[in-house]
Write a new protein. Structure first.
Length: 392
């Protein structure tokens, strides 16, 4: 079977809700990343055989196959198709897996995988809230209710369950959040994100450009202190998690260009990384966010590797208990985890986060001269994707 290589990886800097990316239609924002991947790789736009984009809230401006709409808003020719994926927060990581599977099978030679989410223009929970308001029902079917009687699936509840089950106290969550901001600050000041961030012009409310480029993740709190984080109100009375120890609502887009050996030869470029392993696993949908733990253990076993073989890890910071519990379960090195900060500081643009983390991971491996990187993230419904890459 052929290999799958990442030859270009890019993302927008994260935009806060109502912030510097709020003026962009999500299809146009994704198109900016698509065009950047084409420019970075030098690929003939017509040689791109598919565009697979993750997106969680596929309604409104993100409806009607946002991937195809992004293609039509980009410089790619009309001959390039597009399809949209929803595996909740792992949507664009799954898009990467689908792209890799396509080129490894030989069915295609070059595929763009990525994701987009405008959490300003299409607020979280909109796909559920609008139909419910219109009396069109909810995703919870009678059979699901019989299997999980009285359960209201909630990531907030799952985060609190993990904190309790793993004995993670609020002060540990607060310290972790501060470290996320500190690492993101250090990475920004050192220019560590320079090769992955696509400059995006800030638009006014009328759609006209301001002439100013958005290049710095807007969620980083450069003045963050432990006292400030510790003082944020609890999400649930008697709980341990706060908004400061959870991922930030974020607008953004990201993507990677994936090719096989034929695609690599046609491009004549050196790849950033090779896909070494990819898998996905379902787990308890009630605690929901715990899935990355068993999924990573299984992925390492299938890959014939130990956690000590992995140089850098990207574990999405949906809520601080997730990466903390993951470190404990894997007996992993905290110094290798989210070395440039995570979603607590940088934001979590839902469907775009998978390839956002991958863009950061492959560039971090390159800057540090490291070999293997692992990416995983918790996903709604109790699932987790795991991707292991080898820098080349």
């Amino acid at each position: 079977m052929a290999e799958a290589y990442i030859v270009a990886a890019a993302r927008t800097a994260g935009g806060r809700r109502g912030g510097k990316l709020a003026g962009w239609h999500p299809a146009d924002l994704a198109a900016q990343v698509i065009d950047a991947l084409v420019a970075k790789s030098g690929i003939d736009p017509a040689a791109v055989e598919d565009v697979i984009l993750g997106c969680v809230s596929q309604v409104g401006e993100q409806a009607t196959n946002v991937a195809r709409n992004a293609v039509l808003a980009s410089k790619l020719p009309e001959s390039v198709p597009g399809t949209s994926v929803d595996r909740q927060c792992g949507s664009s990581q799954q898009a990467l897996h689908f792209a890799a599977q396509a080129v490894m099978s030989g069915a295609m030679d070059a595929v763009i995988a990525g994701g987009v989410e405008s959490m300003t223009r299409v607020p979280m929970f909109t796909p559920n809230a609008l139909p419910a308001k219109a009396g069109l029902g909810t995703y919870m079917s009678p059979a699901m209710k019989r299997r999980y009687p009285g359960v209201e699936f909630s990531q907030f509840t799952g985060a609190e369950m993990i904190a309790k089950n793993y004995g993670i106290e609020k002060d540990a969550l607060d310290r972790y959040a501060l470290e996320s901001h500190r690492r993101a600050m250090a990475a920004t000041r050192a220019g560590a994100f320079g090769d992955e961030i696509v400059p995006i012009e800030i638009l006014q409310a009328d759609g006209n450009g301001t002439g100013e480029q958005h290049t710095v993740d807007e969620g980083i709190r450069f003045d963050a202190t432990l006292e400030g984080i510790a003082g944020v109100k609890l999400i649930a009375e008697g709980g341990r998690c706060t908004a400061a120890t959870a991922s930030q609502i974020c607008d953004g887009a990201s993507g990677v260009l994936v090719v096989n050996e034929r695609g690599l030869k046609a491009l004549g470029v050196k790849p950033l990384a090779r896909i070494h392993h990819m898998s996905v696993m379902g787990h308890d949908p009630v605690i929901m966010l715990e899935a990355p733990l068993p999924a990573t253990l299984r992925a390492l076993k299938k890959a014939g590797m130990r956690i000590q073989d992995i140089d850098l890890y990207e574990v999405n910071e949906a809520f601080a208990p997730v990466p903390i519990a993951w470190l404990e379960a894997l007996d992993a090195d905290p110094a290798r985890l989210n070395v440039n900060g995570g979603a607590i500081a940088l934001g979590h643009p839902l469907g775009a986060s998978g390839t956002k983390l991958m863009a950061t991971l492959v560039h971090a491996l390159g800057r540090r001269g490291k070999r293997y990187g692992l990416q995983t993230m918790c996903e709604g419904g109790g699932m987790a994707n795991v991707t292991i890459v080898e820098r080349l």
